[in-house]
Each structure stands twice: as structure tokens, then as C-alpha cells.
Design a protein around this ligand. Structure first.
Ligand SMILES: O=C(CO)[C@H](O)[C@H](O)COP(=O)(O)O
Length: 290
């Protein structure tokens, strides 16, 4: 029952942009730019990447200040498997918890049993099997992982294309082939059947990780994303307010090249990006999660 309500709540975000913010001031800018929600965190992924060390849940004080600054929903991140951080975030009254690979995982085998919570969760996925495992645990929203903090959209594209291709494959199978497909993907059988029947994930699916320009956001929407998360790309750009507004507009009008050209003009220097091949295997966030 709670999971159904939470899944419906996520539908409200469709077509929108969820922005990472680290201060109440940034949260207000995000709201003014038209963000549908903010993700409160102490460091955007590109800073987490630069500084290294263990990345944990943010200071509750900072989360409360952001909650007080805006009227749009506030999300916050817990480490993968860190159910105590998730309980703290729930007690703070955040609107959504992101069980996020951007933070250092607390458990290298198990994710949080999200069905045991009233607050909704969003989780990352690289393919359909991973998405359905998270939904099976109770996630009300999925986001493709991309490679956060790189300013490079290539992994977000790979993950969205993979999920779409996986869905097309499941839709094309016969009923008697679904159990084996579920076994191969490591996904709950009932959810594989639901994808076969409906032709889409049972929850909203956004893109995240590496989206840095309005054109990146439009690309992800054209590939079937239902909205985008943007972290480093906005507040690490030369003009966050202008870039924020442009990305919101590009996400809404993703199939109108004239509007995309208009909003892409004169944005100043975008965040500098990283070639994914230069990142050591152990520092790839998308590989976190099981
Ligand atoms: O973890 C997130 C989504 O929940 C971040 O908001 C997102 O991945 C940000 O990545 P980037 O900084 O590359 O935009």
C-alpha cells in the first residue's frame, strides 16, 4: 500500500529536473530555476571524487536548513545498505531517500530493505535486472547511474540504452521464457512479468550522472528518460542560475531543437569533464551496488 502511494508520488516529478544543492542559497536558486525537487548533500559528486575519503550521509543541520529554505520536495542520500542513516533521514522528514552509489557503500552485499520504511526511496541501476532488484526491495523510483561527478554523459547514455534494450527483449519473449530470463537477470519473476505485460518499468525512471548541459538533458529524455538528476553540472558551471534554468527548459522541451538552441546560447563555461577511461576501476561509482 505504502509502496503504491510512493510510486504515485514519484509520477509528479516526471519531465522535471532534480538538482543537487549544498546550501540553502543553492536550494533557493534551484527552486527559482524550476527544479521539481532538490537533493541536499554536503558535496556534489565532482567534489566527492576530487577529495576522496569516505562519503557519508550529510549533516542533519544542513538538511534541515535546506528543508526550511524551499517548498519543493527535499531528497537526501544514505549509503548503500546503511539502514541507520536511512532511519535518520526518515526522522528528519525528507521527502525521498536516495540509496546512492555516490556515497561510499556501507554494505558490500545487501541493500536497504526499503519496504520497511514509509519514506520513498530512489535507487540507481545500470540495467533492467539491477532496476528490478531495487524495485523488489521497495524502491519507488529508479535513476540510471551514469558516472556521477565526471561531467561526461557517456555512461548515463549507456545505462539508459541498456535498460531500454533489456525491456524490449523481455517484451519480445514468450510467457514460458520469463522465468529463465528472471533467473539470468537476477530479477524477481513477478516484476519481469510486469515489464513483459506493460512494456516499461513499474516505477518512474530518471537519468543521472554526468549530465552537464541542456543538450545532455535533452539527449537523455530523447532516449526514454522520464526526467533528470543534475549535480555537479549546475553549481560547478560559470553561471549556475542560467544553466539551471536552461536545463529545466531543455528537459521539458527535449524534442524542440529551436528551443534547445535558444537555451544553449551564452551559458559560459560548462564544468570541465573527465574521460571515463582515465578513472581507475576502484573509483567508478556505477560499479557500486549489487
Ligand atoms: O547521485 C545523484 C543522483 O541521485 C546525483 O544527483 C547525480 O548522480 C549527480 O551526478 P552529477 O554530479 O554527475 O550530475
Amino acid at each position: 500500500m505504502t509502496q503504491n502511494l510512493n510510486q504515485n508520488l514519484a509520477q509528479m516529478f516526471k519531465g522535471g529536473v532534480i538538482m543537487d544543492v549544498t546550501t540553502p542559497e543553492e536550494a533557493k536558486i534551484a527552486q527559482d530555476c524550476g527544479a521539481v525537487a532538490v537533493m541536499a548533500l554536503e558535496r556534489v559528486p565532482s567534489d566527492i571524487r576530487k577529495e576522496g575519503g569516505v562519503a557519508r550521509m550529510s549533516d542533519p543541520k544542513m538538511i534541515r536548513e535546506i528543508q526550511a529554505a524551499v517548498t519543493i520536495p527535499v531528497m537526501a542520500k544514505a549509503r548503500i545498505g546503511h539502514l541507520a542513516e536511512a532511519r535518520i533521514l526518515e526522522a528528519l522528514g525528507v521527502d525521498y531517500i536516495d540509496e546512492s552509489e555516490v556515497l561510499t557503500p556501507a554494505d558490500d552485499q545487501y541493500h536497504i530493505d526499503k519496504k520497511a520504511f514509509k519514506v520513498p526511496f530512489v535507487c540507481g541501476a545500470r540495467n533492467l535486472g539491477e532496476a528490478l532488484r531495487r524495485i523488489g526491495e521497495g524502491a519507488s523510483m529508479i535513476r540510471t547511474k551514469g558516472e556521477a561527478g565526471t561531467g561526461n554523459v557517456v555512461e548515463a547514455v549507456r545505462h539508459m540504452r541498456t535498460i531500454q534494450a533489456d525491456i524490449r527483449r523481455i517484451v519480445g519473449l514468450n510467457q514460458d521464457e520469463l522465468m529463465t530470463a528472471a533467473k539470468e537477470m537476477g530479477a524477481p519473476y513477478e516484476l519481469v512479468c510486469a515489464v513483459h505485460r506493460e512494456g516499461h518499468l513499474p516505477v518512474v525512471n530518471f537519468s543521472a550522472g554526468g549530465i552537464a548541459t541542456p543538450a545532455d538533458a535533452a539527449l537523455m529524455m530523447q532516449l526514454g528518460s522520464e526526467g533528470v538528476f543534475v549535480g555537479s553540472g549546475i553549481f560547478k558551471s560559470a553561471n549556475p542560475e542560467k544553466v539551471g534554468r536552461a536545463i529545466v527548459k531543455a528537459t521539458a522541451y527535449y524534442d524542440d531543437p529551436d528551443i534547445l538552441a535558444q537555451v544553449s546560447e551564452g551559458l559560459g563555461k560548462a564544468m570541465s569533464g573527465v574521460d571515463i577511461r582515465e578513472i581507475p576501476e576502484s573509483q567508478l561509482y556505477a560499479k557500486r551496488g549489487w
